[in-house]
Design a protein around this ligand. Structure first.
Ligand SMILES: O=P(O)(O)OC[C@H]1O[C@@H](O)[C@H](O)[C@@H](O)[C@@H]1O
Length: 495
C-alpha cells in the first residue's frame, strides 16, 4: 500500500479496514475519486445521506480518494456534516441535534480517506485491495481526469463485479464520449457502467412514466395529432455559485440541455416500454433520442443564447457574468440557452420541443409545458376566448396543473379557464440518492446508457459549433429579469 495516507473513523479496529477482500460481502463499497472536491460534498454525499436516512437504507462503505491530503478527521467531518444536512426524524421531518440515524452512523463509522495520485497504478491497486469485492468506483471529476484514471484502471486487475459510475459531463463532445465509451467497454460490461444524471432520480421526472403509461386520459392524446408544442424549462435564480472554472467552459447548453433536459425529453417522448426493466426503458429512451434532431434542421435558427449583465436576482446583487470571479471575459459563454428540436417519428413529426435553461433569472421556472391543439369545431354561441388545454408538469417541486376551458367562469355561456392541480408526493431521498440507490443495487435503470450519452452530444453539437463560430449573436439580459426582452415577446406570442 506504499505511499498512501489513510484517515478513518475511530469506531472500527484498523485490522478490519485493511482486511480487504472477503470482509465486506453483502455491503457495497463506494470508492469516490475526487472525494475532496466540491461536487462530492455538495451533492453526492448529501444524496447518499438522504438514501441512508430512509426506509430503504442499507449501510455502505465509503472510501474517499483524491490528490489532496485531508487531515485525520477532516474527511469524516465532511461526511458527517453532509449526512446531518439531510437527516430525518422517524416522522420524516428534518432531524434536530445533528443526529444522522443508525444506518448513516454505521456508514460513517467505516469511512476512510486515502490520499494519492489516481493515475498511479500502485495507488489504484492499493485502493482496490482496500475496497474488497465488487466495488463501485465513482468518478466525481472532470472528463479529462476521469479518462486518464480509467486508462490506468485498465492496466490493473479489477475485482469481479466492479462497477464504474461517472459524473456528468460524460466527455466533452460526441467524439470524446465515444472514445471514453470504447475505453470503458474494452474491460467493463455496459451493465456495470453508470453514467450519472441526477435528473433521472427526480420524482417528477420518474413520474413521467406513470403520468403517461398508466394513464387512460393522457396516453391516447400524447402525440402530434393532439399536441401543438412542448417546452422543457429549467430556469434558475442561482448564479455561478463559485463554479466559474467548470461553468465558463461549459455554458448553459452543455451544462443543462445536452444532458439533463434531453433525458427529460426522452422520457416524455418515448414509446411505452414493455416492462420497467432497464433494458426495455433505456432502449425506448435511446430510440426517441435517435430520432431527435434540430427543429427544421438549422443549427443557426434552432437555438438562441444570452448571458446576464449586472442585476438583482433572488434579492442578491449579481455582477455581470463577465465580471464574475474566474470568468474569462473573452470567452462568449452563454448563461441562458434555448434549443428547439423535433422527433422524426409518426408520433411526433412537426411538434416543436423547446428546451431552455438559464442562470440568474428572476423566476425559478422549472417545468414542462404541454400545449394541446385546439379542437376542430366549437358549438357556435359560446362566448369568450378559448385558451385551450395546457398541462404543466413541475420539475421542482413536482406540481401538476392542467388548465382546461370551462363555462360559467364569467357567465353561463362564456368560456374561461379552470385549473386542476395536484402535488406529487415528495420523496425524502434526494435525486442523487435515488440514482445511487440503483447503482448500489446493480440496477442500471436510472443510469444513462453509453449510446445515449453520445447521442445527446450529437444532437446539440451543430448548435455548439455555430455558437462557438459566432454565427448566432450572444444576447444580454439583466440578472433578475426573465431573459432578453424580445425572447418574452416571441414566447408569449407562441403561447
Ligand atoms: O436543481 P438541481 O437539482 O441542483 O439541478 C440543477 C443543477 O444541475 C447541475 O448538473 C448543473 O451543473 C447546475 O448548474 C444546475 O444548477
Amino acid at each position: 500500500m506504499g505511499g498512501i495516507i489513510t484517515t478513518h473513523a475511530a469506531l472500527l479496529p484498523v485490522e478490519e479496514h485493511s482486511a480487504g477482500a472477503g470482509q465486506h460481502t453483502g455491503q457495497r463499497t463506494l470508492v469516490i475519486f475526487g472525494a475532496s472536491g466540491d461536487l462530492s460534498s455538495r451533492l453526492l454525499l448529501p444524496g447518499l445521506g438522504s438514501l441512508l436516512a430512509g426506509q430503504r437504507a442499507t449501510s455502505v462503505r465509503i472510501i474517499g480518494t483524491g490528490r489532496s491530503p485531508l487531515a485525520a478527521d477532516e474527511w469524516t467531518d465532511r461526511v458527517r456534516s453532509a449526512f446531518a444536512s439531510v437527516a430525518r426524524e422517524s416522522d420524516g421531518t428534518a432531524a434536530t441535534r445533528g443526529e444522522i440515524g443508525p444506518v448513516a452512523a454505521e456508514t460513517l463509522a467505516t469511512t476512510e480517506y486515502v490520499a494519492g495520485d489516481p493515475t498511479d497504478t500502485d495507488h489504484l491497486r492499493a485502493l482496490l485491495e482496500l475496497a474488497g469485492p465488487a466495488p463501485v468506483l465513482y468518478f466525481s471529476l472532470p472528463p479529462a481526469v476521469t479518462t486518464a484514471i480509467v486508462a490506468k484502471l485498465r492496466e490493473v486487475e479489477l475485482p469481479e463485479g466492479t462497477e464504474l459510475a461517472f459524473e456528468k459531463p460524460f466527455g466533452t463532445d460526441a467524439a470524446s464520449a465515444a472514445a471514453l465509451n470504447q475505453l470503458v467497454g474494452s474491460f467493463i460490461p455496459e451493465e456495470n457502467v453508470h453514467r450519472v444524471d441526477h435528473f433521472l432520480g427526480r420524482t417528477a421526472v420518474l413520474n413521467l412514466i406513470g403520468l403517461r403509461f398508466a394513464n387512460r386520459l393522457f396516453e391516447p392524446v400524447w402525440n402530434a395529432e393532439h399536441i401543438e408544442s412542448v417546452e422543457i424549462v429549467y430556469d434558475e435564480t442561482l448564479g455561478l455559485e463559485g463554479r466559474a472554472q467548470y461553468y465558463d467552459n461549459a455554458g448553459a447548453l452543455v451544462d443543462m440541455i445536452q444532458s439533463h433536459l434531453l433525458l427529460v425529453l426522452a422520457l416524455l417522448a418515448m414509446d411505452a416500454p414493455a416492462t420497467m426493466d432497464a433494458v426495455e426503458v433505456r432502449s425506448e429512451m435511446a430510440r426517441a433520442l435517435r430520432s431527435t434532431h434540430l427543429y427544421r434542421g438549422s443549427a443557426i435558427e434552432a437555438g438562441r443564447r444570452a448571458r446576464y449583465t449586472a442585476g438583482i436576482a433572488d434579492d442578491r446583487v449579481v455582477p455581470a457574468y463577465a465580471d464574475e470571479a474566474g470568468v474569462d471575459r473573452d470567452r462568449a459563454t452563454e448563461t441562458l440557452a434555448e434549443v428547439t428540436v423535433e422527433l422524426d417519428t409518426n408520433r411526433w413529426a412537426g411538434v416543436p420541443f423547446t428546451l431552455r435553461s438559464g442562470k440568474a433569472l428572476g423566476v425559478a421556472r422549472k417545468e414542462i409545458v404541454i400545449k394541446f391543439k385546439p379542437l376542430r369545431h366549437l358549438p357556435s354561441g359560446l362566448n369568450g376566448a378559448r385558451d385551450g388545454e395546457t398541462l404543466r408538469i413541475g420539475l421542482n417541486p413536482g406540481e401538476l396543473s392542467l388548465s382546461v376551458p370551462a363555462l360559467g367562469v364569467d357567465g353561463p355561456y362564456t368560456m374561461g379557464q379552470v385549473f386542476l392541480d395536484a402535488t406529487l408526493p415528495s420523496s425524502p431521498v434526494l435525486p442523487y440518492g435515488e440514482v445511487l440507490s440503483g447503482i448500489l443495487r446493480r440496477d442500471p435503470l436510472l443510469s444513462v446508457r453509453g449510446d445515449v450519452a453520445e447521442r445527446c452530444w450529437e444532437i446539440v453539437e451543430p448548435v455548439l459549433t455555430a455558437w462557438r463560430a459566432g454565427e448566432v449573436p450572444l444576447e444580454e439580459y439583466e440578472a433578475g429579469s426573465d431573459g432578453p426582452a424580445d425572447w418574452q415577446e416571441s414566447t408569449e406570442s407562441a403561447a
